[in-house]
Design a protein around this ligand. Structure first.
Ligand code: NAD
Ligand code: UGA
Length: 464
């Protein structure tokens, strides 16, 4: 089966970059990316490529290559469904904020709405691809909704979870470690899996395209994120012990990472992991385990989240206790707000929670991030509902450059590992700050001995 027309519902961090790469690599396939969000679609259609809705290194070049040729962004969801042989569903699956499973389970209302819309609109057979991260056995629900119309249209449901990381999305899509496709082990299922395999095979070798049953594929995505987050929580838990014992967490990470069974990646201690998915997906996994009566398994994975919360709280408390147990009225500069470098995404960023702790102690924060807007920073704080919107604006200033950023500050805290923070003229910063001048490196990226030579009093995560 030769796919000629793809529709992707959801033009977000996954749908946008993934479809751009498919379109760039498969010039014979027409790719329509659709979304209800008019503003987002308008931004994807911006002639000024600096104004795309998502910042990812290399993305604008890929969009420029394919957009208008075989890549289109639109709000006409129905038309794109009608035209497609294959429909990716790449909508958001946030943690539920109401009802049963509140705060734990994935909210599948957007997924279900897509399935219902496809069922209502489609007139020809289609392959439906779950791109969103979903609880295991969601394909069953999708299939049930899709097959309920009785209009003779056939649907095959595949699971094709996305493993890209933000900040390296384009690279990850161009050269993935693997692509995972789960499908029904029936003749029709195999044909559908082969069709999706062939799309990816335009640039990815077959040995990196794994075919499994649907449930393994759905569960592998939650498992991958749980393992990755677990590594961060594991090293972060040991950062606390390193600080207490004068061991150096980076040295420990290097020593254990050289063991080929452990491996060197994902062992960088930090102020805590963020991002839209680790926490949401682990909570989803925990909820699933509970639903199946596996409380011990649920508790095991829940600890990864608890350790992460502890790390964020611990960092904020370190700042407060070092600043003589009061930050009331003290100017503290937060460097970075994004949840990691090279992205403008701030969802679940550790910076938000550290800021919230400090604001509750009446600190005056000045935030600088090279890619995050003031509007986003205030929205993130307002969303927590800890204090009024006007209090957030009174206590937090957002800077868009380094001019006067450090003037009269008591402390600087590195929240995101942006490369440019390593290039800052710290002697100049020291001159501008109040004394004693404190620096808290939540990413352990700065040369702390050099800073201490300048006169700073320094603390880096995981360093004694
Ligand atoms: P996102 O919020 O950036 O984008 C989702 C988009 O779907 C939004 O623009 C929204 O308007 C649109 N949408 C929702 N319902 C719709 C509907 N019925 N019709 C049309 N459009 C609709 O989300 P995202 O970060 O792209 O994540 C999407 C999924 O991919 C999630 O399940 C997430 O867990 C998963 N995922 C995300 C990442 C990541 O790095 N962000 C990586 C791997 C997997
Ligand atoms: C993560 C996974 O890496 C992707 O494979 C997955 O597709 C994605 O989640 C998803 O499902 O959304 P992402 O959250 O974009 O990708 O970024 P990561 O590089 O995984 O970083 C997540 C968080 O962990 C960041 O806050 C990062 O700073 C932190 N981290 C990561 C550490 O603190 N230390 C590390 O060693 C690695």
């Amino acid at each position: 089966m030769n796919i000629k027309n793809i529709c992707c519902i959801g033009a977000g961090y996954v749908g946008g970059p993934t479809m751009s790469v498919i379109a760039a690599k498969c010039p014979d396939i027409k790719v329509n990316v659709v979304d209800l969000n008019k503003q987002r679609i308008a931004a994807w259609n911006e002639t000024d490529l600096d104004k795309l809705p998502i910042y990812e290194p290399g993305l604008s070049a890929i969009v420029a290559q394919a957009r208008g040729r075989n890549l289109f962004f639109s709000t006409d969801v129905d038309q794109a469904i009608l035209d497609a042989d294959m429909i990716f569903i790449s909508v958001n699956t946030p943690t539920k904020t109401y009802g049963i499973g509140k705060g734990m389970a994935a909210d599948l209302k957007y997924i279900e709405l897509c399935a219902r819309q496809i069922a209502a609109v489609a007139k020809t057979d289609k392959i439906i691809v779950e791109k969103s991260t979903l609880p295991v056995r969601t394909a069953e629900a999708l299939k049930s909704i899709l097959s309920s119309t009785g209009n003779g249209v056939n649907f095959q449901v595949l699971s094709n979870p996305e493993f890209l990381a933000e900040g390296t999305a384009v690279q990850d899509l161009l050269e993935p470690d693997r692509v995972l496709i789960g499908g029904e082990r029936t003749e029709e299922g195999e044909v559908a899996m082969q069709a999706l395999h062939d799309v990816f095979h335009n640039w990815i070798p077959s040995e990196r395209i794994l075919l499994t049953n649907v449930w393994s594929s759905e569960l592998s995505k939650l498992t991958a994120n749980a393992f990755l987050a677990q590594r961060v929580s594991s090293i972060n838990s040991l950062s606390a012990l390193c600080e207490a014992t004068e061991a150096d967490v980076d040295e420990v990470a290097r020593a254990i990472g050289q063991d080929s069974r452990i491996g060197p990646k994902f062992l960088k201690s930090s102020v805590g992991f963020g991002g839209s998915c680790f926490q949401k997906d682990i909570l989803n996994l925990v909820y699933l385990c509970q639903t199946y009566g596996l409380q011990e398994v649920a508790d095991y994975w829940h600890q990864v989240i608890k350790m992460n919360d502890y790390q964020k709280r611990r960092f904020a408390q370190k700042i407060i206790s070092t600043l003589y147990n009061t930050v009331n009225g003290k100017k503290i500069v937060l460097l970075g707000w994004a949840f990691k470098k090279d992205t403008n995404d701030t969802r679940e960023s550790a910076a938000i929670y550290v800021a919230d702790y400090l604001l509750s102690e009446m600190a005056e924060l000045v935030v600088y991030d090279p890619k995050v807007t003031a509007e986003q920073i205030y929205a993130d704080l307002d969303y927590l509902n800890t204090r009024s919107e006007s209090e957030n604006r009174n206590l937090v200033t957002v800077a868009n450059n380094y001019d006067e950023l450090f003037d009269d500050a008591h402390a600087v805290a590195v929240m995101t590992e942006w490369d440019e923070f390593k290039e800052i003229d710290w002697e100049h910063v020291f001159d501008r700050m109040l004394k004693p001048a404190f620096i808290f490196d939540g990413r352990a990226i700065l040369d702390m001995p050099a800073l201490e030579n300048i006169g700073f009093r320094g603390f880096a995560i995981g360093k004694g």
